[in-house]
Ligand binder design. Structure first.
Ligand SMILES: [Zn+2]
Length: 193
């Protein structure tokens, strides 16, 4: 199946403006097949995502978390779990506000500690192509990192795979997805960087 999804979304469980129900409704209306809720670990109440199971929706909803990791300063890594699979994405390198060489070192230090699968090449849904380079040896992925209604749907991924959590995670790990942007009205092939 052809699927559309967003892997970095905040709700009122941390610093987002939208409730989980609102997020599910908005992304459903935008034609998404799956989303990952990734609220900040240091703000999120442990039971905050249990409400997901009570919401009637066709959307596949991953219960993820945005980890705050100290590595010569703080960096953010999203952990998104399926049934047996887990995905780790290094978030928004442009927001570290440091030279590219240092960003590459920081990513490599994190990869020694966490099983990184991909890095974001977006900041709040806007493309940051300076990180789409072979010197960063991970899949490059586009996300919204949405915190508000206006931030929903700026960037997403599309893929052809089975419609279940583990198949989606495995497709991403294989680099079998496209990054898509409202900004440029199109998608790119992730493996082509
Ligand atoms: Zn975030």
């Amino acid at each position: 199946m052809h699927l559309k999804g967003g892997l970095h979304i905040h709700t009122t469980c941390s610093d987002g403006d939208l409730t989980i129900s609102e997020v599910i409704r908005i992304y459903s209306q935008l034609g998404y097949d799956f989303i990952a809720l990734t609220d900040h670990d240091y703000l999120k109440r442990p039971d905050c995502y249990t409400v997901v199971d009570q919401i009637n929706t066709d959307l596949i909803v991953f219960k993820g978390v945005e980890l705050t990791i100290f590595e010569k300063g703080y960096v953010h890594v999203n952990r998104i779990t399926g049934k047996d699979e887990a995905l780790h994405i290094f978030n928004h390198p442009s927001e570290l506000d440091m030279p590219l060489e240092k960003v590459i070192q920081r990513i490599s230090a994190i990869a020694d500690r966490y099983p990184l699968d991909a890095i974001e090449v977006t900041s709040k849904g806007f493309r940051t192509p300076e990180y789409e380079i072979p010197e960063i040896p991970f899949h490059k992925i586009a996300t919204d990192d949405s915190h508000t209604r206006i931030g929903c749907g700026r960037a997403w991924i599309e893929m052809d795979c089975q419609r279940d959590k583990d198949s989606i995670i495995r497709a991403i790990k294989n680099g079998d997805f496209w990054n898509c942007y409202t900004e440029t009205r199109g998608c790119t092939v992730s493996g082509s960087y």
